[in-house]
Design a protein around this ligand. Structure first.
Ligand SMILES: [Zn+2]
Length: 446
């Protein structure tokens, strides 16, 4: 089954900023306080049961009922249900992970399975957070207002929002929270996606229909974020260096800030400032990945590609040379997971199937003569074939090998594409790491 497609469709979330007036904000605070309290109390009970080895299906159900009757008058039945259901989901997915772990098949990007946590921002203070059922709110895009109903003691709240919704489809649940660092309110609305607003295309029904039936191999890396080899002998590279530069910039900036802190006595707002720095770093990386992946998919789609094979590194240590490995680990630990996820999400929109291929050996075999040349991967990302006396781009060679490994077809290598790959512009202004203002476009709603 293609990734992310469940029986009831693919889900996308749009995050909007809420701008409540004083009266609405007071109501939101009240409901969010209560919602967080409900979550924490219910979760505390369930965690205790779990650690005593007593959290069965029956106990999940019993605690559901108990807390529902405790809170439904305050929060309203819809909100109470939405919050408890959210906690149920968290426990169920934790149990699924536990089952996988028992079989030794925990997904590579999940280090360990831990039970659902609390809605807290410090030891004593709750986060302001709220879950809503799909029938509890309405988004008025004409007037830019979200109306939230059935909030128990708070009744109905109408709040202005900012942001663009890139998704159309069946409305699902939503979550509201207050971001204590940014001091802003947000709502995340989930949809079963039917249409997407794609830059340069307008509203399109998704998934789109592929234009052809070509296949391509994709290698994910550091200097080249993506290397793509299409079976018809075309190919392209997407630059990864801006990401590296961005990450080095933020690492330095954060280190400098910390060393200043060490000299001064720690003020109260310092951890907030640090969190904001990490967050900006992450936001910029995300924006670049979004733009790069979108650009690559447009390209693949217009060339008639219907399926891509993606090299799936075992762990993150993937490069033969120690230096590359170090860079990849330091800079790209979480980037890699994000990149793969976005690749799958955007590919789905374009109707392109993603197949993961075990990458073992794909960067060692010579595409031209099929041999494994010892120490062929010389330097500066070149792979040299001594028989044909050609210097290939090593990432393109890997992409070719991933395709050859994944597909059932015979792929005749194109020396042209392997030696002189086309470089794809990402279509964003060249990054000035950390520059104020948006060198990248705002991250789109997923
Ligand atoms: Zn060779």
């Amino acid at each position: 089954m293609p990734w992310g497609r469940r029986a009831n469709g693919v889900i996308r979330t749009a995050v909007l900023r809420l701008e409540p007036g004083p009266e609405e904000e007071e109501k939101l605070r009240l409901v969010c306080e209560l919602a967080s309290k409900l979550w924490n109390e219910l979760n505390y009970r369930r965690r205790r049961l779990f650690f005593e080895g007593k959290l069965t299906q029956q106990k999940l159900y019993e605690t559901y009922k108990e807390f529902y009757y405790m809170y439904n008058r305050l929060l309203g039945s819809a909100t109470t249900q939405a919050i408890i259901a959210k906690n149920d989901t968290a426990w169920r997915s934790f149990f699924r992970l536990l089952a996988l772990k028992k079989k030794g098949r925990l997904p590579p990007h999940i280090a360990r399975a831990s039970p659902p946590g609390y809605r807290k921002r410090s030891r004593r203070r709750r986060r302001l957070w709220l879950a809503l059922r799909q029938d509890q709110y309405r988004v008025d895009t004409e007037r830019g207002i979200v109306e939230i109903r059935r909030l128990g003691v708070a009744g109905v709240v109408r709040v202005r929002y900012r942001g663009l919704i890139h998704v159309r489809g069946r409305q699902r649940g939503a979550e509201i929270w207050y971001d204590h660092d940014r001091r802003r309110w947000y709502i995340a609305i989930s949809y079963t996606v039917e249409e997407k607003l794609i830059h340069g295309r307008g509203w399109v029904r998704v998934p789109m229909k592929p234009r052809g039936s070509l296949e391509a191999g994709v290698d994910l890396g550091v200097d080249n974020l993506l290397a793509v080899y299409v079976e018809n002998g075309e190919g392209f590279l997407v630059n990864g260096r801006p990401l590296k530069a961005e990450s080095f910039y933020w690492q330095r900036r954060i280190a400098r800030y910390k060393s200043v802190l060490d000299r001064a006595d720690g003020a109260g707002s310092t951890s907030r400032r640090l969190r904001l720095m990490y967050r900006r770093w992450r936001a910029r990386i995300r924006a670049y990945i979004d733009a790069a992946v979108r650009r690559a998919m447009e390209e693949l789609y217009s060339r008639g590609v219907a399926r891509i094979y993606v090299g799936y590194p075992r762990g993150i240590a993937r490069r033969g040379d120690g230096n590359g490995k170090l860079n990849f680990e330091r800079v790209h630990v979480w980037t890699y997971g994000l990149l793969l996820r976005r690749l799958k999400e955007v590919a789905w929109e374009y109707g392109i199937e993603v197949v993961e291929v075990d990458e073992a050996y794909t960067s060692q075999r010579c595409p031209l003569c099929g041999a494994v040349h010892p120490r062929a991967r010389v330097h500066r990302g070149l792979y040299i074939c001594p028989h044909r006396r050609l210097a290939m781009n090593a990432d393109m060679a890997a992409a070719y090998n991933i395709l050859a490994k994944g597909t059932k077809r015979t792929i005749t290598p194109s020396p042209e594409a392997l030696t002189h790959p086309h470089r794809l512009g990402v279509g964003v202004t060249p990054p000035r790491p950390g520059a104020r203002g948006g060198a990248y476009p705002r991250p789109s709603n997923q």
